[in-house]
Ligand binder design. Structure first.
Ligand code: 13P
Length: 259
């Protein structure tokens, strides 16, 4: 399968920003964007705004994502939200393993694995994040770190489990040093990492790897999105700061339409 056979996906991770009313207003503004016929767009507001944003987007093709979930369907897990509950309020996707969850909340690859499986059970699309820190990059450990993270996150998925998930699996490469720093990875470096990830996914899961979309994230802006998405293994972008501005995010969506 070629790059062009995978539908580009543009996801906006709003992180811990915006009230419900502000989120709904932003969703309405983004929904005005001209979206290429093959481009998918997903918005990830805070938990309290998920239901209202999903309602505001009803009738559009835009998806809505949680920013995290638990792996159990219910139980005594104060503060947590189950995949079923995300689906209940209209979510279609869920981000898991974001580096901020890893850094501030103790997220592990093993936990991400359980979340991916739990999301697959209720047919929500996992957007599974990974990426190296600056220290790891500078010590030449980027590829071994990515390998270790992939093994932990997808380790015990067998080919059959992967097949059930894969049409519906999204991986997001987000080098930690590029997140919120204005320091985007060079498109050629990002492509190297993406090609490496696809090779490793192919080793582990077989041909299904060709269908898995791999997004780039880390200081994506309207003026660098097109070049990133033109790379053969970059199938879309996961955007933080620049997704909070409807006009800029709309330009990123348009860049995907031309990739
Ligand atoms: P920025 O686009 O703000 O660098 O954030 C990237 C990110 O973490 C998206 O999940």
């Amino acid at each position: 399968m070629t790059h062009s056979a995978r539908k580009p996906l543009v996801a906006g991770n709003w992180k811990m920003h915006k009230t419900v009313a502000e989120s709904v207003a932003l969703a309405h503004a983004v929904a005005e964007a001209r979206v290429g016929p093959r481009t998918e767009v997903v918005l990830a507001p805070v938990f309290t705004a998920l239901g209202p944003v999903a309602a505001a987007l009803r009738g559009t093709n835009f998806g809505v994502a949680g920013q995290d979930c638990h792996w159990e369907p219910q139980g005594a897990y104060t503060g947590a939200i189950a995949p079923e509950m995300l689906r209940d309020v209209g979510c279609t996707h869920c981000i898991v393993g974001h580096s901020e969850r890893r850094q501030y909340f103790g997220e592990t690859d093993a936990g991400v694995h359980r979340k991916i499986v739990a999301l697959g059970r209720v047919k929500l699309v996992p957007i599974a994040c990974l990426g190296e820190t600056l220290a790891e990059r500078e010590s030449g450990a980027t590829f071994s770190v990515l390998s270790r993270q992939l093994d932990g996150m997808f380790g015990s998925l067998d080919a059959e489990g992967a097949d059930a998930l894969a049409a519906n699996l999204v991986v997001a490469y987000e080098p930690v040093w590029a997140i919120g720093t204005g320091r985007t990875a060079k498109s050629s470096d990002a492509q190297l990492a993406h090609a490496f990830l696809r090779d490793r996914l192919r080793d582990r899961l077989g041909d299904v790897a060709e269908r898995i979309r791999i997004l780039y994230g880390g200081s994506v802006k309207a003026d660098n999105a097109a070049e990133l998405m033109a790379q053969p293994d970059i199938d879309g972008v996961l955007v933080g700061g620049a997704s909070l501005d409807a006009a800029g995010f709309s330009r990123i969506i348009q860049a995907a339409g031309s990739s």
